[in-house]
Design a protein around this ligand. Structure first.
Ligand code: FVH
Length: 293
């Protein structure tokens, strides 16, 4: 017997690379979908797949969808698109990348406009959307009740991870993870630069790098334990003193290879400062205290 229960409807504003991928996932899963995009051709492209194309953002939001999802370039485009749109009694989910402060301000703004609000930080790139085994997910924060009400629908394109009632927390988690990623890529860039002029195939270095970084990264659990206890010395295998004594080797090697140390030096400077403050028996956790102003 065919399943006649209609799935919750969704309105999607913003059909860039990410918005289109999300829209396609909801369409493929059978959710009635209303779409709007500033450049109409991107919305029209989804009509053959079953999307209803609205003539304006206001019409799309007025379409009585259970859920209104916004995925635009940045916070100011959200302002522009939703200016003057009636949001009273709407369930608004904003997946546009923003700062925690922007997300909190947007939550207050939505409340003033009569909407319920959830903020999201997307931990996926478009090809990961609709592919559960790719491991993509979205951090959500804001109204827990709203998250629970729409958890199933929100989980259709990618996984969901709720991180708290503070609307800024999704953005904060998003930026924290992406910042760590850039630090990791900076280290990998330095490693590739070191071998750049040698007869070493970058394709041979790549798996070594991936395996090494994978082996080292579980150290973040010890960092978390140290931050919670305030004792940065428990279980330390490689002391800060030992690591600082090795830094001249890294800097000399960079110099000999004709590689700028500008990605490594700021971190080494912080390690030395922490050592000078008496952190020699710690691991690298103390660097965090130097960063937090
Ligand atoms: N794509 C990615 O890899 C990342 C993955 C992690 C999350 N980000 C964030 O997702 C938001 C949307 O990103 P996107 O990839 O869809 O971005 P674009 O393909 O550049 O599409 C941008 C959409 O925003 C519309 N838009 C921009 N400015 C305005 C405006 N002033 N008024 C109305 N709409 C605007 C744009 O419309 P159009 O150019 O097609 O007319 C697109 O729909 C973003 O926050 C990422 O950080 C993606």
């Amino acid at each position: 017997e065919p399943n006649t229960v209609e799935k919750p409807s969704v309105t999607m504003l913003g059909l860039g690379a990410m918005g289109t991928a999300l829209a396609r996932a909801w369409l493929a899963a059978g959710h009635p979908l209303t779409v709007w995009n500033r450049t109409p051709a991107r919305a029209a492209a989804l009509a053959p797949e079953g999307a209803r194309v609205a003539g304006s953002a206001a019409q799309a939001v007025a379409a009585a969808s259970a859920l209104v999802v916004v995925c635009l370039l940045d916070d100011s485009s959200v302002d522009q698109v939703l200016a003057g749109v009636d949001l009273v009694d709407r369930d608004l989910v904003n997946l546009t990348t923003s700062t925690p402060a922007q997300a909190r301000a947007r939550a207050a703004w939505a409340r003033r406009r009569g909407a319920r609000y959830l903020d999201g930080g997307i931990m996926a790139v478009p090809p990961m959307v609709g592919v559960p085994e790719a491991g993509g997910y979205v951090f959500y924060s804001g109204s827990r009740a709203l998250f629970e009400r729409h958890r199933e629908t929100l989980g259709v394109p990618v996984g969901t991870t709720y991180v708290g009632e503070d609307a800024g927390f999704a953005a904060l988690h998003d930026v924290a993870l992406l910042s760590a990623m850039y630090g990791m890529f900076a280290g990998a860039a330095h490693a590739f630069a070191l071998i750049r002029r040698e007869d070493i195939d970058p394709a041979a270095l790549a798996p070594l790098l991936a395996d090494w970084l994978g082996a080292m990264i579980p150290a973040v659990h010890q960092t978390a334990d140290h931050l919670r206890s305030g004792d940065y010395t428990t279980g330390v295998v490689s002391t800060l003193a030992m690591q600082v004594s090795g830094t001249p080797t890294f800097l000399r090697t960079a110099e000999q290879q004709g590689v700028s140390p500008e990605l490594l030096s700021p971190y080494f400077d912080l390690m030395r400062r922490r050592l000078a403050e008496g952190g020699g028996e710690e691991d690298l956790t103390g660097v965090i205290d130097l960063l937090v102003r």
